[in-house]
Design a protein. Structure first.
Length: 256
């Protein structure tokens, strides 16, 4: 699949989307205090410490958020970063590698396929090439509206499998993470730089002294949603809506 994507031309209409590092409130507090998104041990690529980002969508969900409905420590948060200021990219995958490792995509792939079959050139231009081939426009990617028909060689099996994942509308164990481009980096992210463009938080977090101190120092948008005491996963659609509006305001999404 890497060779196919490498050969792909890029739709000149495409602009770079931001990348998202998402977490729950507990981890958000830790990151804001340290002013750094630190690499952590990777359960998929053993022996490596990595940072994970999703391209154009805050697609991460907390593992525990579905079981705790009113604890603010479980509420979803996200850091929105400028991909063009990311110092180092270790890997790019067209989907969530964690979900792949846990077998969530098995119904779409040959049993001999491994994650390495899908890893792409670790260059930011790869993101535009994926979207051009499978979605044509950023807005289609963000709205999960892939092309129904794509022109690829009949033996591009990995591309065929990936296309099957993103057009699927059936009931599966996976969610939109199977349709979201993942970037990995081996470096810590210093938030006291221009790489941080915005954060997404519940309204109750806005006046936190650590958040306000960082905002005063470097300046970024605070995007917020109201907490109605629901399970944290139920706020995801609101977070998607708000981040889409943010990207529209930055003119990186085309109009429908």
């Amino acid at each position: 699949m890497k060779e196919l994507i490498n050969r792909q031309s890029v739709n000149p209409k495409l602009k770079y989307l931001p990348i998202f590092h998402s977490c729950d409130g507990y981890f958000f507090r830790d990151i804001i205090k340290k002013k750094t998104i630190e690499v952590t041990k990777c359960p998929v690529f053993k022996g490596e410490k990595l940072n994970y980002f999703f391209y154009g969508r805050p697609a991460f969900k907390s593992k525990t958020g579905d079981t705790n409905s009113k604890l603010s420590s479980f509420l979803p948060c996200s850091f929105i970063l400028d991909i063009e200021l990311l110092d180092s990219i270790k890997r790019i995958s067209p989907f969530d590698t964690g979900g792949f490792e846990r077998g969530f995509n098995n119904q779409f792939i040959h049993h001999k396929m491994k994650i390495e079959n899908f890893l792409l050139e670790p260059d930011i231009l790869t993101t535009k090439k994926i979207i051009t081939l499978f979605y044509d426009l950023n807005i289609n990617y963000v709205k999960r509206k892939p092309k129904i028909d794509i022109k690829i060689d009949s033996m591009e099996f990995e591309a065929e499998s990936y296309h099957a994942m993103i057009v699927d509308k059936g009931v599966t164990e996976s969610d939109d993470r199977k349709e979201t481009i993942e970037l990995q980096s081996e470096v810590n992210i210093n938030l006291e730089t221009k790489i941080l463009k915005a954060v997404v938080v519940p309204s109750s977090f806005i006046q936190n002294k650590h958040l306000q101190s960082l905002k005063k120092k470097i300046g970024f948008d605070i995007i917020h949603y109201d907490d109605f005491g629901q399970q944290s996963v139920h706020f995801y659609s609101e977070v998607l809506k708000l981040t889409r509006e943010f990207m529209m305001s930055k003119k990186v999404l085309e109009h429908d």
